[in-house]
Write a protein that binds this ligand. Structure first.
Ligand code: EPU
Length: 354
């Protein structure tokens, strides 16, 4: 392998949570060739592989990871016109929020509501990133990825990515099969911003009827800041992996049961497949875990109950302990099983018992 292999690299520093042990081997891959060589090399040595992006949706176990971590550092963004749209081809290692900023500067709409999300471009299709009324699946054209099973680079179409809420083939049916190398999006030239989300609409009430893309980007960043969902250097109240649990999707019957326990104010959002989506943050709060609830060095953010935060020196075991406590509190009170959203790496049974 030509790329430099590092040993025992502290993964905590490469995650927004700031938690976790070392990677046994680590390679920074600035191009596709290096990604391929790294993965081939690890396969020859029978080492487990983990493909790391921005580390913003990741909880690493205290013991670290006994295999090779390949950090995707593929950069470069190309902008092209096609059929009245702008096709953006971005390297998986590009910082996501910089791509959003550049798109807004070019007056391209489609991802303005996804402002302020930490992490890299490569992570966006994996969990079908969504916020404030937009979702990656609405603008994604295709994904260029290395297919580890077939040992070749492939192009997955939008439909082949199998997007649903926070889900794609990359984190379900084909988990660990692909390393995302490039993502291709189609954005709308001189488009209007999407202001569908009530909370976003409220930001402009009485101010302006037609906010610009830049104003929407600023508003989303402001809202995220108020919820501890915007990274602020040195502020432990937002040192997290974003939402720690997914919003539960339940059947109409189950939702009716929930309402009979929780009352009429339990949040209800439309969802696909005849399901109803409710709010994990609300359930946590109403199961008795208030904002700021803490157990030693971990806690809930003082701004949002879905952000489990590392207040300083927290271990993965601390996080797992608190997450389990919250899960069982919500289960006991509402009969709903919360599912963690972040990727869990290096836990013995794959999930740390979560
Ligand atoms: N709520 C509480 N307590 C809190 C926070 C919120 O009771 O501490 C209640 C709110 O009053 C509201 C409900 O919970 O009724 C939902 O809260 P919010 O509007 O803040 O949205 P969310 O469901 O927690 C989701 C996504 C976010 C995304 C926002 C905006 C998930 C798991 N979370 O949050 O995504 O930014 O909507 O679209 O889907 C992420 O995935 O990491 C993430 C931050």
């Amino acid at each position: 392998m030509k790329a430099l292999i590092h040993e025992n690299v502290a993964l905590a520093l490469l995650t927004t949570f700031g938690i976790g042990g070392p990677a046994r081997y680590f390679i920074d891959a600035p191009d596709e060739q290096t990604v391929l060589e790294a993965i081939h090399g690890a396969k020859e040595k029978d080492l487990p592989i983990f493909v790391l992006g921005g580390g913003s949706n990741l909880l690493v176990a205290d013991a670290g990871f006994p295999g090779l971590v390949v950090r995707i550092g593929i950069r470069g963004v190309e902008w092209a016109s096609a059929n009245g749209k702008t096709i953006v081809d971005a390297g998986a290692g590009e910082e996501w929020d910089r791509l959003v900023a550049s798109s807004v500067e070019r007056n391209l709409s489609g991802i303005e509501c996804l402002s302020g999300i930490p992490g890299s471009v490569g992570g966006t299709p994996v969990q079908n990133v969504g916020a404030y009324g937009q979702e990656i699946s609405e603008v994604l054209v295709s994904v260029r990825a290395y297919d580890r099973s077939a040992d070749r680079i492939v192009e997955l179409s939008h439909d082949e990515c199998g997007f649903t809420y926070r889900t794609s083939v990359f984190n379900t049916t084909a988990k660990d099969r692909y390393a995302v190398l490039h993502v291709i999006y189609a954005l709308t030239n001189n488009g209007n911003p999407a202001i569908r989300y009530p909370e976003l609409q409220r930001e402009f009430e009485g101010k302006t009827a037609n906010p610009t893309l830049a104003e929407v980007r600023d508003a989303v960043r402001r809202i995220r800041g108020r919820k501890a969902m915007l990274l602020v250097e040195g502020d432990p109240d937002c040192r997290s992996a974003g939402s720690f649990f997914k919003n539960p999707m339940v059947t109409e019957e189950k939702f009716a049961d929930l309402q009979s326990i929780a009352g009429p104010n339990v949040p209800r959002y439309p969802a696909s497949g005849g399901k109803v989506k409710t709010a994990a943050a609300w359930l946590i709060e109403h199961a008795g875990f208030s904002k700021g609830y803490s157990v030693g060095p971990v806690g809930l953010s003082t701004k949002h109950t879905l952000a489990l935060v590392n207040k300083g020196g927290a271990t993965a075991a601390d996080v797992v302990r608190l997450a389990r406590q919250i899960r069982s509190g919500v289960r006991d009170r509402f009969g709903i099983e919360l599912v963690p959203e972040p990727v869990l790496l290096g836990f013995e049974n794959g999930s740390g018992g979560l």
